[in-house]
Design a protein around this ligand. Structure first.
Ligand code: DC
Length: 208
């Protein structure tokens, strides 16, 4: 069974995908982490994330990098969004994601193009979204909770910029697959969001 979870930044798709993996006992891959590793490696190489050559050269990052907490920062998220526009970067990362998706026993992957490009054959496709304001507020609460000194308006502006880049890029833009179940979590807390998604997945898979 393959479950594809797509959606914009801070929509809660990562937590939902992780919980779905635990619920169904299948492994989960956060594909954004791969793009984050490439973006961060470009920076370590003193490269330019907007240069396709520099970004491709960073695709051979060491696996250890995936565990580096620096990958989780907003700055790295923005680098990831910049390197992800390059078609050669997307194809360099394709096989790793595809083989994860098609492993025996199934998998859940979250990202931007899972239902459209990586696993168009997924058994269930979810598109998790929420208003820019709700996503900015969640991200801001999470950041200030970690002691980061940041203004809500700046977080909202960053999220809007990242959305625009992810939606408007030519190759594999962020969009819901036509058959995806679109779930808007604007008015939900984490538990309500997961319960709603789980119900939708069970209905789609005809489970009770
Ligand atoms: O999900 P995230 O915030 O960790 O993703 C960081 C960036 O990586 C995102 O802005 C766009 C890119 N990305 C992508 O292009 N395709 C994916 N499947 C996952 C992430």
């Amino acid at each position: 069974m393959i479950i594809a979870v797509d959606g914009p930044t801070a929509s809660g798709k990562g937590t939902i995908a992780q919980k779905l993996g635990a619920h169904f006992g299948i492994p989960h891959l956060d594909t954004g982490l791969l793009y984050r590793a490439v973006g961060y490696q470009v920076q370590l190489n003193d490269g330019d994330p907007d240069s396709e050559g520099d970004a491709v050269a960073a695709c051979g990052f060491a696996d250890d990098l995936l565990a580096d907490p620096a990958l989780r920062s907003e700055g790295t998220g923005s680098l990831a969004s910049r390197v992800s526009v390059h078609p050669a970067v997307r194809s360099a990362l394709f096989e790793r994601q595809r083989s994860f998706a098609t492993q025996t026993g199934g998998a859940v992957l979250d990202g931007r193009d899972i239902g459209t490009i990586i696993a168009p054959d997924a058994d269930v496709k979810l598109f998790i979204t929420a208003s820019v304001q709700a996503r900015a507020r969640r991200r801001w609460l999470e950041m200030t909770g970690r002691g980061v000194d940041v203004q809500l308006a700046d977080v909202e502006a960053d999220i809007a910029k990242r959305d625009a880049r992810d939606i408007n890029r030519a190759d594999a833009p962020l969009k819901a697959a036509p058959e995806a179940l679109v779930i808007d979590t604007t008015s939900f807390d984490r538990e309500q969001a997961f319960e709603t998604v789980l119900d939708a997945v069970k209905t789609a898979l005809a489970l009770d």
